[in-house]
Design a protein around this ligand. Structure first.
Ligand code: LLP
Length: 452
């Protein structure tokens, strides 16, 4: 095996000495020149389970969960809880891992909550988000005693109080606050600024007013504040700025309303490496820095240190996942572009279409081959924009090759669709050399299941 071991799981890809290739720290190349994930040969996985195929390295997911957990222990005396943000990859499989690793989860819909219920997830460790929770979703959350509901707006607050009263319950709530922090990321995944559909703003007094309103209600208990400034963020500063603003707001609530806020949820958003251009920070560094800010403002404003929640999604699962495709048609349009078509596309990974996200790809059956030409990897949908990687340098790709797209563990399966009635791929989890299907491949029959 070529030695491609890396020290940091946050540094998921790194230039391999002398090679023009980038890999995750859980990836290597065996003597057959095949890409390995964990101890599994990806070419064999493709042969055994078919393509397209999502492959998730369970050991790396668990390792990432532990990095966050240990960081809270080390830098915040264990007075916090890591909530895995399910939207990155929601399934019984991921819920069970989060549960076994002692994490909580963030859910954002009735469907995600239902998945957690079915995974026997401890409901007190569930935090329910969303900017427009429906009556049914609130009913479900109340019936199952979800630990925290993150209230987004006044309408929702009134509805929740009413439904909770009907069930004779008092629900613990947090408020989604827009701290007014601009994060440098794609505009679609930026959420902390005032012009956002999520939460209530600080600068126009909206946040203050809604909390005052909640304090007068009998079936909700204001326990915390929440913010999430965006996703795929590499700088520490916006997280520290958000933490400072939130802590000062906790100070203001104490001074002006005599309200003690005991919990602070700082959201997720930590960036990961998709290509060599990305330069992520070690995950525990975020917690180290943010903890310092929280402690120092708490002291300055003379408020109690809040119990903190973090909600990493992408950084727990992205680098643990790869997608395997089989190469079909190769179309070389002289002086224009060379298209390589694969048997999946925007239906299993819509991120290029939505955000022009960049990825790294490797020919799984010829993993150490040197890049020699510029190609565009296209999907099979009836849509010109259906591209996975545009104008990337790759080694020569042949029909029948197995192509691996790296770092697809987050927001791929969870954002997949059946456009063109393309069935969703299976998800296979690998751990210590063993592989098992954790989500079955959809069949044509599945596609017409709800048709009447
Ligand atoms: N907490 C809240 C309230 C969130 O809205 C999100 C992500 C997270 C935590 C987790 O953020 P992460 O650690 O995964 O960055 N579909 C987009 C990402 C949308 C993120 C939505 N919220 C993408 O594919 O990049």
């Amino acid at each position: 095996m070529t030695g491609l071991a890396f020290s940091q799981s946050s540094n998921i890809m790194q230039r391999v000495e002398g090679e023009e290739m980038f890999v995750s720290d859980n990836l290597s190349v065996n003597e057959k020149n095949h890409l390995m994930i964990g101890q599994n040969d990806t070419v064999e996985l493709a042969r055994e389970f078919g393509t397209p195929l999502y492959v998730m390295d369970e050991d790396l997911i668990r390792k990432n969960c532990r990095i966050y957990k240990q960081a809270i222990d080390r830098y915040y005396d264990g007075k916090g809880l890591v909530l895995y943000a399910n939207k990155a990859f929601c399934s019984l499989f991921t819920c069970r891992i989060a549960k076994e690793e002692g994490l909580g989860i963030d859910v954002v819909s009735g469907g995600e909550l239902y998945t957690a219920i079915k995974a026997d997830f401890p409901m007190e460790k569930v935090c329910f988000h969303g900017n427009n929770k429906t009556l049914d979703e609130l009913e479900l959350a109340i019936r199952y005693n979800v630990g925290h509901i993150v209230v987004d707006n006044v309408y929702e607050l009134e509805l929740l109080n009413e439904v909770a009263a009907k069930h004779d319950k008092k629900m613990k709530i947090m408020f989604r606050i827009k701290p007014g922090v601009e994060a440098h990321t794609h505009s679609f995944i930026k959420t902390g600024q005032i012009d956002s559909k999520f939460g209530v703003a600080l600068e126009n007094g909206e946040a203050f007013e809604i909390i005052k309103r909640a304090m007068s209600m009998s079936n909700v208990e204001v326990s915390g504040l929440h913010c999430h400034i965006g996703s795929q963020i590499f700088d520490i500063e916006p997280f520290c700025a958000a933490a400072e603003i939130m802590m000062n707001f906790i100070g203001d609530l104490k001074d002006k309303l005599e309200l003690e806020i005991n919990e602070l949820n700082l959201g997720g958003g930590y960036g990961i490496m998709y290509t060599e251009k990305d330069d992520p920070i070690e995950y525990d560094k975020y917690i180290e820095h943010v903890s310092k800010v929280v402690k120092s403002v708490a002291q300055k404003r003379e408020v109690k240190l809040p119990f903190i929640f973090m909600e990493p999604g992408r950084s727990i699962v992205a680098s643990a996942g790869i997608t395997l495709y089989t190469v079909g048609g190769v179309k070389d349009i002289k002086n224009v572009r060379k298209y390589i078509s694969v048997d999946g596309g925007m239906t299993d990974n819509p991120r290029y279409v939505m955000y022009q996200s960049e990825y790294t790809a490797v020919i799984a059956n010829n993993a150490n081959a040197k890049p020699c030409e510029k190609v565009t990897i296209a999907g099979k949908c009836c849509e010109s924009g259906d591209v996975l990687l545009k104008d990337v340098m790759m080694p020569e790709i042949k029909v029948g090759d197995v192509l691996a797209v790296l770092a697809t563990g987050a927001y791929n399966y969870s954002m997949s669709s059946n456009y063109n009635r393309i069935a969703r791929p299976a998800v296979v989890a690998v751990s210590q050399g063993a592989a098992k299907v954790v989500i079955k491949r959809e069949t044509y029959e599945d596609l017409i299941r709800n048709d009447l």
